[in-house]
Design a protein around this ligand. Structure first.
Ligand code: FE
Ligand code: CA
Length: 529
Protein backbone atom coordinates (compact mmCIF):
# COMPACT_ATOMS: atom_id res chain seq x y z
CA UNK A 1 0.00 0.00 0.00
CA UNK A 2 1.35 3.45 -0.91
CA UNK A 3 1.51 6.05 1.91
CA UNK A 4 -1.31 8.08 0.35
CA UNK A 5 -3.55 5.04 0.16
CA UNK A 6 -2.86 4.13 3.75
CA UNK A 7 -3.71 7.67 4.88
CA UNK A 8 -6.93 7.57 2.89
CA UNK A 9 -7.96 4.22 4.27
CA UNK A 10 -7.17 5.35 7.80
CA UNK A 11 -9.49 8.31 7.33
CA UNK A 12 -12.15 6.11 5.77
CA UNK A 13 -11.96 3.73 8.70
CA UNK A 14 -12.05 6.31 11.45
CA UNK A 15 -13.90 9.27 9.96
CA UNK A 16 -11.54 11.77 11.58
CA UNK A 17 -7.95 12.91 11.25
CA UNK A 18 -5.51 10.29 12.41
CA UNK A 19 -2.28 11.30 14.09
CA UNK A 20 -0.11 10.62 11.09
CA UNK A 21 -2.23 12.72 8.73
CA UNK A 22 -2.44 15.47 11.34
CA UNK A 23 1.37 15.62 11.63
CA UNK A 24 1.87 15.78 7.88
CA UNK A 25 -0.81 18.47 7.70
CA UNK A 26 1.01 20.52 10.37
CA UNK A 27 4.40 20.30 8.69
CA UNK A 28 2.84 21.26 5.36
CA UNK A 29 1.14 24.24 6.99
CA UNK A 30 4.36 25.50 8.54
CA UNK A 31 5.66 26.00 5.02
CA UNK A 32 2.69 28.22 4.07
CA UNK A 33 4.19 31.71 3.63
CA UNK A 34 1.26 33.77 4.92
CA UNK A 35 1.47 32.33 8.42
CA UNK A 36 5.17 33.21 8.61
CA UNK A 37 4.43 36.92 8.33
CA UNK A 38 3.77 38.95 11.42
CA UNK A 39 1.34 41.82 11.86
CA UNK A 40 2.74 45.29 12.38
CA UNK A 41 1.17 45.24 15.82
CA UNK A 42 0.04 48.84 15.99
CA UNK A 43 -3.50 49.61 17.11
CA UNK A 44 -5.27 52.26 15.07
CA UNK A 45 -8.06 53.77 17.14
CA UNK A 46 -8.94 56.60 14.72
CA UNK A 47 -8.57 54.93 11.30
CA UNK A 48 -9.06 56.96 8.12
CA UNK A 49 -10.60 55.27 5.09
CA UNK A 50 -10.53 56.47 1.49
CA UNK A 51 -13.95 54.89 0.95
CA UNK A 52 -16.72 53.15 2.93
CA UNK A 53 -15.18 50.28 4.96
CA UNK A 54 -18.65 48.81 5.68
CA UNK A 55 -19.59 47.73 2.15
CA UNK A 56 -20.02 44.12 3.34
CA UNK A 57 -22.77 45.32 5.67
CA UNK A 58 -23.71 43.93 9.06
CA UNK A 59 -25.19 40.67 10.25
CA UNK A 60 -26.27 38.94 13.44
CA UNK A 61 -26.77 35.37 14.53
CA UNK A 62 -26.69 32.66 17.21
CA UNK A 63 -29.39 34.32 19.34
CA UNK A 64 -30.02 33.17 22.92
CA UNK A 65 -32.60 34.55 25.40
CA UNK A 66 -30.00 37.06 26.66
CA UNK A 67 -27.72 37.73 23.73
CA UNK A 68 -26.73 37.54 20.09
CA UNK A 69 -23.61 37.78 17.89
CA UNK A 70 -23.18 41.07 16.03
CA UNK A 71 -21.01 40.86 12.92
CA UNK A 72 -19.23 43.12 10.48
CA UNK A 73 -16.04 43.09 8.45
CA UNK A 74 -13.98 46.11 7.48
CA UNK A 75 -13.24 46.05 3.74
CA UNK A 76 -13.18 49.27 1.72
CA UNK A 77 -12.15 47.18 -1.32
CA UNK A 78 -13.86 43.84 -0.65
CA UNK A 79 -12.86 42.27 -3.98
CA UNK A 80 -9.13 42.84 -3.45
CA UNK A 81 -6.78 40.79 -1.27
CA UNK A 82 -7.07 41.88 2.40
CA UNK A 83 -10.18 43.89 1.46
CA UNK A 84 -8.05 46.96 0.87
CA UNK A 85 -7.10 47.05 4.56
CA UNK A 86 -3.66 47.78 6.07
CA UNK A 87 -1.96 45.15 8.23
CA UNK A 88 -2.95 46.95 11.43
CA UNK A 89 -5.29 46.23 14.30
CA UNK A 90 -8.27 48.53 13.90
CA UNK A 91 -10.48 49.66 16.75
CA UNK A 92 -14.19 49.22 16.03
CA UNK A 93 -16.95 50.39 18.36
CA UNK A 94 -20.52 49.09 18.49
CA UNK A 95 -23.84 50.08 20.04
CA UNK A 96 -27.13 48.22 20.48
CA UNK A 97 -30.48 49.88 21.19
CA UNK A 98 -34.19 49.05 21.39
CA UNK A 99 -34.86 51.97 19.03
CA UNK A 100 -34.16 52.11 15.31
CA UNK A 101 -32.94 55.68 15.80
CA UNK A 102 -30.38 54.22 18.27
CA UNK A 103 -31.69 56.85 20.69
CA UNK A 104 -31.35 54.89 23.91
CA UNK A 105 -28.21 52.73 23.94
CA UNK A 106 -28.59 49.57 26.06
CA UNK A 107 -25.10 48.13 25.53
CA UNK A 108 -21.94 49.33 23.80
CA UNK A 109 -18.31 48.38 23.51
CA UNK A 110 -15.10 48.26 21.51
CA UNK A 111 -13.30 45.48 19.71
CA UNK A 112 -10.19 45.05 17.59
CA UNK A 113 -10.48 43.97 13.97
CA UNK A 114 -7.30 42.04 13.15
CA UNK A 115 -5.70 41.19 9.80
CA UNK A 116 -5.43 37.50 10.79
CA UNK A 117 -9.22 37.23 10.66
CA UNK A 118 -9.66 39.49 7.62
CA UNK A 119 -10.66 42.44 9.87
CA UNK A 120 -13.91 40.69 10.74
CA UNK A 121 -15.62 41.48 14.04
CA UNK A 122 -17.76 39.03 16.04
CA UNK A 123 -19.29 40.64 19.13
CA UNK A 124 -21.02 38.30 21.60
CA UNK A 125 -23.48 40.64 23.31
CA UNK A 126 -25.09 39.45 26.54
CA UNK A 127 -27.46 40.92 29.13
CA UNK A 128 -30.31 41.68 26.70
CA UNK A 129 -34.04 41.08 27.28
CA UNK A 130 -35.53 37.81 25.97
CA UNK A 131 -37.79 37.81 22.91
CA UNK A 132 -36.94 41.39 21.93
CA UNK A 133 -36.04 43.18 18.70
CA UNK A 134 -32.87 45.33 18.83
CA UNK A 135 -30.99 47.66 16.48
CA UNK A 136 -27.21 47.90 16.22
CA UNK A 137 -24.43 49.79 14.47
CA UNK A 138 -20.64 49.70 14.15
CA UNK A 139 -18.19 52.60 13.84
CA UNK A 140 -14.53 52.77 12.83
CA UNK A 141 -12.99 56.24 12.85
CA UNK A 142 -15.58 58.52 11.24
CA UNK A 143 -17.18 55.69 9.26
CA UNK A 144 -20.54 54.25 10.36
CA UNK A 145 -22.14 51.01 9.24
CA UNK A 146 -25.77 50.70 8.29
CA UNK A 147 -28.12 50.01 11.22
CA UNK A 148 -28.86 46.30 11.60
CA UNK A 149 -31.85 44.72 13.29
CA UNK A 150 -31.73 41.60 15.42
CA UNK A 151 -33.72 39.66 17.95
CA UNK A 152 -33.10 37.61 21.08
CA UNK A 153 -34.75 34.25 21.66
CA UNK A 154 -37.71 34.01 24.09
CA UNK A 155 -37.04 32.87 27.67
CA UNK A 156 -36.12 29.18 27.81
CA UNK A 157 -39.09 28.15 29.99
CA UNK A 158 -41.67 30.15 27.99
CA UNK A 159 -44.03 28.69 25.38
CA UNK A 160 -44.23 31.45 22.74
CA UNK A 161 -47.42 31.60 20.66
CA UNK A 162 -45.55 31.76 17.33
CA UNK A 163 -42.20 31.54 15.53
CA UNK A 164 -41.92 32.53 11.89
CA UNK A 165 -38.65 31.71 10.18
CA UNK A 166 -37.34 31.37 6.64
CA UNK A 167 -34.93 28.75 5.40
CA UNK A 168 -32.77 28.83 2.30
CA UNK A 169 -29.89 27.05 0.57
CA UNK A 170 -27.88 26.84 -2.65
CA UNK A 171 -27.28 30.34 -3.96
CA UNK A 172 -25.15 30.03 -7.10
CA UNK A 173 -24.18 33.62 -7.89
CA UNK A 174 -23.66 33.00 -11.59
CA UNK A 175 -27.00 31.25 -12.12
CA UNK A 176 -29.33 33.98 -10.94
CA UNK A 177 -30.16 37.05 -8.91
CA UNK A 178 -30.83 36.73 -5.18
CA UNK A 179 -34.26 38.37 -5.56
CA UNK A 180 -35.70 35.60 -3.37
CA UNK A 181 -34.16 37.40 -0.39
CA UNK A 182 -35.94 40.63 -1.35
CA UNK A 183 -39.22 38.73 -0.98
CA UNK A 184 -38.14 36.89 2.15
CA UNK A 185 -37.42 40.28 3.74
CA UNK A 186 -41.02 41.36 3.03
CA UNK A 187 -42.29 38.14 4.67
CA UNK A 188 -40.62 39.48 7.90
CA UNK A 189 -39.25 36.30 9.45
CA UNK A 190 -37.99 36.33 13.06
CA UNK A 191 -34.94 34.37 11.95
CA UNK A 192 -33.29 32.84 8.85
CA UNK A 193 -31.71 29.40 8.73
CA UNK A 194 -29.21 28.79 5.92
CA UNK A 195 -28.65 25.12 5.15
CA UNK A 196 -25.56 25.33 2.97
CA UNK A 197 -24.12 25.98 -0.46
CA UNK A 198 -23.91 29.61 0.61
CA UNK A 199 -21.39 30.02 -2.20
CA UNK A 200 -19.96 27.88 -5.00
CA UNK A 201 -16.25 27.26 -5.44
CA UNK A 202 -16.05 26.95 -9.24
CA UNK A 203 -14.21 29.28 -11.58
CA UNK A 204 -15.96 32.16 -13.37
CA UNK A 205 -17.92 31.07 -16.43
CA UNK A 206 -19.06 33.15 -19.38
CA UNK A 207 -22.65 33.49 -20.54
CA UNK A 208 -24.34 33.05 -17.22
CA UNK A 209 -26.33 35.71 -15.40
CA UNK A 210 -23.32 36.99 -13.40
CA UNK A 211 -19.70 35.88 -13.33
CA UNK A 212 -17.56 34.60 -10.46
CA UNK A 213 -14.29 36.49 -10.08
CA UNK A 214 -11.26 34.28 -10.70
CA UNK A 215 -10.56 30.57 -10.99
CA UNK A 216 -11.69 27.71 -8.75
CA UNK A 217 -10.98 29.02 -5.27
CA UNK A 218 -8.18 27.53 -3.18
CA UNK A 219 -6.27 30.12 -1.13
CA UNK A 220 -7.62 32.05 1.87
CA UNK A 221 -7.73 35.21 -0.27
CA UNK A 222 -9.68 33.33 -2.96
CA UNK A 223 -12.31 32.19 -0.46
CA UNK A 224 -12.51 35.66 1.14
CA UNK A 225 -13.01 37.38 -2.21
CA UNK A 226 -15.67 34.86 -3.27
CA UNK A 227 -17.55 35.39 0.02
CA UNK A 228 -17.29 39.16 -0.48
CA UNK A 229 -18.59 38.96 -4.04
CA UNK A 230 -21.66 37.10 -2.78
CA UNK A 231 -22.23 39.37 0.23
CA UNK A 232 -22.16 42.46 -1.99
CA UNK A 233 -25.42 41.25 -3.52
CA UNK A 234 -27.82 43.88 -2.14
CA UNK A 235 -30.65 41.46 -1.30
CA UNK A 236 -28.44 38.99 0.56
CA UNK A 237 -26.70 41.87 2.32
CA UNK A 238 -30.03 43.39 3.41
CA UNK A 239 -31.47 40.09 4.64
CA UNK A 240 -28.42 39.60 6.88
CA UNK A 241 -29.02 43.07 8.36
CA UNK A 242 -32.73 42.40 9.05
CA UNK A 243 -32.80 39.49 11.54
CA UNK A 244 -30.54 36.89 13.15
CA UNK A 245 -29.32 33.93 11.09
CA UNK A 246 -28.38 30.37 12.00
CA UNK A 247 -26.00 29.04 9.38
CA UNK A 248 -24.50 25.70 8.48
CA UNK A 249 -22.51 24.67 5.44
CA UNK A 250 -22.85 21.90 2.90
CA UNK A 251 -20.14 20.95 0.40
CA UNK A 252 -19.65 23.95 -1.92
CA UNK A 253 -18.45 26.29 0.84
CA UNK A 254 -15.36 24.11 0.50
CA UNK A 255 -15.53 21.68 -2.45
CA UNK A 256 -18.26 19.76 -4.28
CA UNK A 257 -19.35 16.46 -2.69
CA UNK A 258 -16.45 16.41 -0.23
CA UNK A 259 -16.70 13.73 2.47
CA UNK A 260 -14.59 14.36 5.55
CA UNK A 261 -11.07 14.89 4.21
CA UNK A 262 -11.78 12.98 0.99
CA UNK A 263 -12.16 14.80 -2.33
CA UNK A 264 -14.64 13.65 -4.96
CA UNK A 265 -11.69 13.72 -7.38
CA UNK A 266 -9.23 10.87 -7.47
CA UNK A 267 -5.56 11.39 -6.54
CA UNK A 268 -6.06 14.54 -4.50
CA UNK A 269 -3.40 14.63 -1.78
CA UNK A 270 -5.38 14.65 1.51
CA UNK A 271 -2.83 17.01 3.09
CA UNK A 272 -3.34 19.60 0.36
CA UNK A 273 -7.07 18.98 0.58
CA UNK A 274 -7.00 19.75 4.32
CA UNK A 275 -4.91 22.90 3.76
CA UNK A 276 -7.58 24.04 1.34
CA UNK A 277 -10.28 23.13 3.86
CA UNK A 278 -8.55 25.28 6.50
CA UNK A 279 -8.75 28.25 4.09
CA UNK A 280 -12.41 27.56 3.29
CA UNK A 281 -13.43 27.12 6.91
CA UNK A 282 -11.55 30.21 8.12
CA UNK A 283 -13.13 32.41 5.42
CA UNK A 284 -16.55 30.97 6.34
CA UNK A 285 -16.00 31.73 10.04
CA UNK A 286 -14.84 35.26 9.21
CA UNK A 287 -17.93 36.03 7.13
CA UNK A 288 -20.62 34.51 9.34
CA UNK A 289 -22.14 35.73 12.64
CA UNK A 290 -20.76 32.76 14.60
CA UNK A 291 -19.63 32.41 18.20
CA UNK A 292 -16.02 31.86 19.27
CA UNK A 293 -16.80 28.19 19.92
CA UNK A 294 -16.80 27.84 16.10
CA UNK A 295 -13.34 29.37 15.55
CA UNK A 296 -11.49 27.00 13.22
CA UNK A 297 -8.69 24.89 14.60
CA UNK A 298 -6.52 24.05 11.63
CA UNK A 299 -8.74 22.25 9.13
CA UNK A 300 -11.44 21.53 11.76
CA UNK A 301 -14.33 23.74 12.77
CA UNK A 302 -17.22 22.88 15.10
CA UNK A 303 -20.50 23.96 13.57
CA UNK A 304 -23.05 21.56 15.04
CA UNK A 305 -25.06 23.05 17.88
CA UNK A 306 -28.60 23.55 19.22
CA UNK A 307 -30.71 26.68 19.34
CA UNK A 308 -33.90 27.01 21.37
CA UNK A 309 -36.91 29.23 20.70
CA UNK A 310 -38.35 28.99 24.22
CA UNK A 311 -40.08 25.62 24.59
CA UNK A 312 -41.81 26.06 21.24
CA UNK A 313 -39.01 24.81 19.00
CA UNK A 314 -35.50 23.49 19.30
CA UNK A 315 -33.15 23.42 16.32
CA UNK A 316 -30.37 20.84 16.00
CA UNK A 317 -28.07 22.44 13.45
CA UNK A 318 -26.06 19.60 11.93
CA UNK A 319 -22.83 19.24 9.95
CA UNK A 320 -23.19 16.28 7.60
CA UNK A 321 -19.98 17.03 5.62
CA UNK A 322 -17.01 17.37 7.92
CA UNK A 323 -17.21 14.03 9.69
CA UNK A 324 -18.83 11.76 7.12
CA UNK A 325 -17.35 8.61 5.66
CA UNK A 326 -16.83 8.50 1.91
CA UNK A 327 -19.94 8.08 -0.25
CA UNK A 328 -20.51 4.37 -1.02
CA UNK A 329 -20.76 2.98 -4.56
CA UNK A 330 -18.26 5.61 -5.80
CA UNK A 331 -20.93 8.26 -5.20
CA UNK A 332 -22.95 6.97 -8.18
CA UNK A 333 -26.75 6.77 -7.87
CA UNK A 334 -27.34 3.14 -6.94
CA UNK A 335 -29.85 0.61 -5.67
CA UNK A 336 -29.96 0.25 -1.87
CA UNK A 337 -27.31 -2.45 -1.89
CA UNK A 338 -25.00 -3.82 0.81
CA UNK A 339 -22.54 -0.92 0.34
CA UNK A 340 -25.29 1.67 0.91
CA UNK A 341 -26.53 -0.02 4.06
CA UNK A 342 -23.10 -0.90 5.50
CA UNK A 343 -23.21 -0.20 9.23
CA UNK A 344 -19.88 1.68 9.20
CA UNK A 345 -21.21 4.39 6.84
CA UNK A 346 -21.74 7.56 8.84
CA UNK A 347 -23.01 10.99 7.89
CA UNK A 348 -22.63 12.52 11.36
CA UNK A 349 -19.53 10.79 12.73
CA UNK A 350 -19.70 9.08 16.10
CA UNK A 351 -19.21 12.17 18.28
CA UNK A 352 -21.88 14.30 16.60
CA UNK A 353 -24.21 11.29 16.42
CA UNK A 354 -23.96 10.67 20.18
CA UNK A 355 -24.34 14.39 20.91
CA UNK A 356 -27.50 14.58 18.77
CA UNK A 357 -29.18 11.68 20.57
CA UNK A 358 -28.26 13.06 23.96
CA UNK A 359 -29.74 16.47 23.04
CA UNK A 360 -32.90 14.86 21.64
CA UNK A 361 -33.64 12.87 24.80
CA UNK A 362 -33.25 16.00 26.94
CA UNK A 363 -35.53 18.14 24.81
CA UNK A 364 -38.40 19.97 26.51
CA UNK A 365 -39.52 21.53 23.24
CA UNK A 366 -42.81 21.04 21.43
CA UNK A 367 -41.16 20.84 17.97
CA UNK A 368 -37.74 19.29 17.43
CA UNK A 369 -36.17 20.31 14.15
CA UNK A 370 -33.05 18.86 12.54
CA UNK A 371 -31.62 21.70 10.40
CA UNK A 372 -29.35 19.86 8.01
CA UNK A 373 -28.05 19.54 4.48
CA UNK A 374 -28.96 16.48 2.42
CA UNK A 375 -32.26 14.68 1.83
CA UNK A 376 -33.26 12.21 4.53
CA UNK A 377 -36.23 10.86 2.56
CA UNK A 378 -35.18 7.62 0.88
CA UNK A 379 -36.55 8.38 -2.56
CA UNK A 380 -35.99 6.36 -5.72
CA UNK A 381 -35.15 9.11 -8.22
CA UNK A 382 -34.83 6.92 -11.31
CA UNK A 383 -36.80 8.00 -14.36
CA UNK A 384 -36.95 4.46 -15.78
CA UNK A 385 -37.57 1.04 -14.27
CA UNK A 386 -34.22 0.91 -12.46
CA UNK A 387 -33.61 1.79 -8.80
CA UNK A 388 -31.52 4.87 -8.20
CA UNK A 389 -30.88 6.46 -4.84
CA UNK A 390 -28.42 9.29 -4.18
CA UNK A 391 -25.32 8.06 -2.37
CA UNK A 392 -24.37 11.63 -1.35
CA UNK A 393 -27.66 11.83 0.58
CA UNK A 394 -28.96 9.75 3.51
CA UNK A 395 -29.75 6.69 1.29
CA UNK A 396 -25.95 6.18 1.18
CA UNK A 397 -25.93 6.07 4.98
CA UNK A 398 -28.96 3.87 5.42
CA UNK A 399 -28.27 2.10 8.69
CA UNK A 400 -27.32 5.32 10.53
CA UNK A 401 -30.51 6.90 9.20
CA UNK A 402 -32.70 3.97 10.31
CA UNK A 403 -31.04 4.04 13.72
CA UNK A 404 -31.72 7.77 14.13
CA UNK A 405 -35.37 7.46 13.08
CA UNK A 406 -36.03 4.47 15.30
CA UNK A 407 -34.32 6.33 18.16
CA UNK A 408 -36.69 9.28 17.70
CA UNK A 409 -39.64 6.87 17.52
CA UNK A 410 -38.83 4.71 20.55
CA UNK A 411 -37.70 7.63 22.74
CA UNK A 412 -40.85 9.53 21.76
CA UNK A 413 -39.06 12.72 20.75
CA UNK A 414 -41.92 15.24 20.40
CA UNK A 415 -42.83 16.26 16.84
CA UNK A 416 -39.60 15.65 14.94
CA UNK A 417 -39.23 17.76 11.79
CA UNK A 418 -36.30 17.83 9.34
CA UNK A 419 -35.42 20.83 7.16
CA UNK A 420 -33.05 20.25 4.25
CA UNK A 421 -31.37 21.96 1.28
CA UNK A 422 -28.84 20.72 -1.31
CA UNK A 423 -30.88 19.40 -4.21
CA UNK A 424 -32.32 22.58 -5.74
CA UNK A 425 -35.90 21.29 -5.69
CA UNK A 426 -38.83 21.36 -3.23
CA UNK A 427 -39.95 18.12 -1.57
CA UNK A 428 -42.18 17.10 1.33
CA UNK A 429 -41.34 13.63 2.70
CA UNK A 430 -43.03 11.74 5.51
CA UNK A 431 -40.18 9.75 7.07
CA UNK A 432 -40.36 6.18 8.36
CA UNK A 433 -37.62 3.92 9.71
CA UNK A 434 -37.81 2.28 6.27
CA UNK A 435 -39.39 4.70 3.81
CA UNK A 436 -40.16 1.93 1.34
CA UNK A 437 -42.55 0.21 3.75
CA UNK A 438 -45.79 2.19 3.89
CA UNK A 439 -47.08 -0.11 6.67
CA UNK A 440 -44.62 1.42 9.09
CA UNK A 441 -45.63 4.38 11.23
CA UNK A 442 -44.60 7.86 10.12
CA UNK A 443 -41.96 9.17 12.56
CA UNK A 444 -41.12 12.63 11.20
CA UNK A 445 -41.70 14.96 8.27
CA UNK A 446 -38.97 16.44 6.10
CA UNK A 447 -39.34 19.76 4.30
CA UNK A 448 -36.72 20.02 1.57
CA UNK A 449 -36.39 23.61 0.38
CA UNK A 450 -35.31 24.48 -3.15
CA UNK A 451 -32.36 26.67 -4.11
CA UNK A 452 -32.24 30.47 -4.05
CA UNK A 453 -30.80 30.36 -7.61
CA UNK A 454 -28.84 27.14 -8.29
CA UNK A 455 -30.09 25.35 -11.37
CA UNK A 456 -31.59 28.51 -12.88
CA UNK A 457 -35.28 28.91 -13.69
CA UNK A 458 -37.19 25.67 -13.16
CA UNK A 459 -40.74 24.70 -14.02
CA UNK A 460 -43.87 24.53 -11.86
CA UNK A 461 -45.19 21.28 -13.27
CA UNK A 462 -42.47 18.69 -13.64
CA UNK A 463 -43.03 15.72 -15.99
CA UNK A 464 -41.05 13.78 -13.41
CA UNK A 465 -43.60 14.41 -10.64
CA UNK A 466 -46.01 11.50 -11.25
CA UNK A 467 -43.24 8.91 -11.64
CA UNK A 468 -41.63 10.04 -8.40
CA UNK A 469 -44.87 9.99 -6.47
CA UNK A 470 -45.95 6.57 -7.68
CA UNK A 471 -42.69 5.00 -6.47
CA UNK A 472 -42.09 6.66 -3.15
CA UNK A 473 -44.81 6.16 -0.51
CA UNK A 474 -43.47 8.92 1.79
CA UNK A 475 -43.34 11.59 -0.91
CA UNK A 476 -46.11 14.18 -0.55
CA UNK A 477 -44.87 16.94 -2.84
CA UNK A 478 -42.26 17.71 -5.48
CA UNK A 479 -41.64 20.99 -7.29
CA UNK A 480 -38.80 22.27 -9.45
CA UNK A 481 -38.81 26.05 -9.01
CA UNK A 482 -36.41 28.36 -7.16
CA UNK A 483 -37.20 30.15 -3.89
CA UNK A 484 -37.28 29.55 -0.14
CA UNK A 485 -39.57 28.20 2.59
CA UNK A 486 -41.35 30.18 5.32
CA UNK A 487 -42.27 28.13 8.41
CA UNK A 488 -44.87 29.35 10.88
CA UNK A 489 -44.72 27.35 14.08
CA UNK A 490 -47.27 27.51 16.91
CA UNK A 491 -47.91 25.12 19.82
CA UNK A 492 -50.68 23.51 17.69
CA UNK A 493 -49.25 23.41 14.16
CA UNK A 494 -46.15 23.62 11.97
CA UNK A 495 -46.91 25.22 8.62
CA UNK A 496 -44.42 25.36 5.71
CA UNK A 497 -45.13 27.72 2.80
CA UNK A 498 -43.17 26.95 -0.36
CA UNK A 499 -42.39 30.37 -1.83
CA UNK A 500 -41.32 30.18 -5.49
CA UNK A 501 -39.85 32.73 -7.90
CA UNK A 502 -41.26 33.45 -11.32
CA UNK A 503 -37.68 33.89 -12.58
CA UNK A 504 -34.16 34.16 -11.17
CA UNK A 505 -32.49 35.23 -14.41
CA UNK A 506 -34.12 38.65 -14.45
CA UNK A 507 -33.33 41.05 -11.61
CA UNK A 508 -36.99 41.69 -10.84
CA UNK A 509 -39.33 38.81 -10.23
CA UNK A 510 -42.59 38.02 -8.50
CA UNK A 511 -42.91 35.43 -5.77
CA UNK A 512 -45.90 33.17 -5.08
CA UNK A 513 -46.77 30.31 -2.75
CA UNK A 514 -46.68 27.08 -4.76
CA UNK A 515 -47.97 24.90 -1.90
CA UNK A 516 -48.39 24.87 1.87
CA UNK A 517 -48.16 21.87 4.18
CA UNK A 518 -49.18 21.53 7.81
CA UNK A 519 -48.25 19.13 10.61
CA UNK A 520 -50.50 19.00 13.64
CA UNK A 521 -49.01 18.68 17.12
CA UNK A 522 -48.77 15.01 18.12
CA UNK A 523 -49.82 13.65 14.70
CA UNK A 524 -46.79 12.73 12.59
CA UNK A 525 -47.19 13.38 8.85
CA UNK A 526 -47.82 16.44 6.70
CA UNK A 527 -51.01 17.32 4.89
CA UNK A 528 -51.68 19.92 2.24
CA UNK A 529 -53.07 23.14 3.74
FE1 FE B 1 -26.27 23.29 -4.14
CA1 CA C 1 -24.67 20.52 -1.93
Amino acid sequence: MKPLDSILSAIKNHGHLNRRLWLSYCSALAATPILGQSVSGSIVSQPKFGSDPFLLGVASGEPTPSGVVLWTRLAPKPLEPHGGMPRDLIEVSWVISEEESLGKIVKQGKALATPQLGHSVHIEVDGLKPGHWYYFQFRAGDAKSKVGRTRTMPALESLPSQLKFGFASCQHYEQGYFTAYEHMLKDSPDMVIHLGDYLYEGKGKEKLVRKHIGNEIDSLDDYRIRHSQYRLDPHLNQMHAACPWLVTWDDHEFDNNCAGSISEEKNVDPVNFLKRRANAYQAYYEMMPLRKRSLPQGPDMTLYRTSKFGRLAEFYVLDTRQYRTDQPNNDQSSPLNAAASHPSNSMLGSQQGRWLKSELVQSQSQWNCLAQQVMMGVNNVSRDESEKYSMDQWPGYLSERADLLSFMETRQVPNPVVITGDIHTNWVNDLRVDDRDSNQAVVATEFVGTSITSGGNGQAVSPFHDILKSRNPGLKYFNNQRGYVICTVTPETWRSDYRVMESVTSPQSKVSTAASFVIENGKPGASKA
